[in-house]
Design a protein around this ligand. Structure first.
Ligand SMILES: [Zn+2]
Ligand SMILES: [Zn+2]
Length: 226
């Protein structure tokens, strides 16, 4: 099993390749060309992709979902609590945590092309049916429907539960940091704790990264449940 990071304009998408492949997130609008190229470069075809799963329903993670589904008809999944975002092409309520975050929100938070998900899940989901040794767990806080993927190789894809560095990961991308937008601080702290109990060796994030376990544990030491 291996994870391929697809760096996009403002965010990362990921390919997870095991028995089959899955795509995690689709970046911002008009990024389907870059994603199609990454699929080809990975030595696979769209037919090898069993699922497109969203870490959450924001424009920089679901922005090219509609155009990708037109090009390659892969089944599309999102957590129930973020499904309305995808269905309406909106970001829901975004809560910036500081001035820099407000500037990012003004630049980034716009409507995007709506699409109806094929799979709306409320429970945590095993990925074995999709040819991947891994599991989706519920990690809300950044949004109400944020999820993470725990993979059989000991790594994790955590979306925007946290981010790498500053300015969307352009500065010190491997330094763990809170994300710009936090819907619910208690949920974010709970989700980080939950992920830490699984001790993923490498944390793939929506912006910047990847992050090493030791760095994440050190950065968030003050909020770790005793
Ligand atoms: Zn987000
Ligand atoms: Zn994001």
């Amino acid at each position: 099993m291996h994870v391929i990071q697809i760096p996009l304009r403002f965010s990362n998408a990921y390919l997870v390749i095991d028995q089959q492949a899955i795509l995690v997130d689709t970046g911002s609008p008009n990024e389907s060309d870059t994603i199609m190229r990454a699929i080809t470069n990975a030595g696979i075809t769209p037919n090898d992709i069993s699922l497109l799963v969203h870490t959450h329903g924001h424009i920089d993670h679901a922005g090219s979902t509609a155009e990708l589904r037109r090009r390659i008809g892969i089944p599309t999944a999102i957590h129930h609590a973020d499904a309305p975002n995808l269905l309406s092409g909106t970001n829901g309520i975004v809560k910036p945590r500081n001035l820099e975050a407000r500037l990012v929100a003004a630049m980034l938070v716009k409507p995007f092309e709506a699409v109806k998900a094929d799979i709306v899940f409320t429970e945590e989901l095993s990925l074995h049916a999709y040819g991947i040794n891994g599991q989706i767990i519920f990690t809300p806080g950044h949004t109400k429907g944020s999820i993470s993927l725990l993979l059989g190789n000991g790594e994790a894809i955590v979306g925007d539960v946290m981010m790498g560095g500053w300015l969307g990961g352009t500065i010190r991308p491997h330094q763990p940091n809170y994300h710009y937008f936090v819907d619910d601080w208690a949920d974010v702290h709970h989700s980080i704790n939950r992920l830490l109990t699984h001790a993923p060796t490498r944390w793939y994030v929506g912006h910047g990264g990847p992050l090493a376990y030791a760095q994440v544990a050190r950065h968030f030491v003050d909020i770790i449940d005793k």
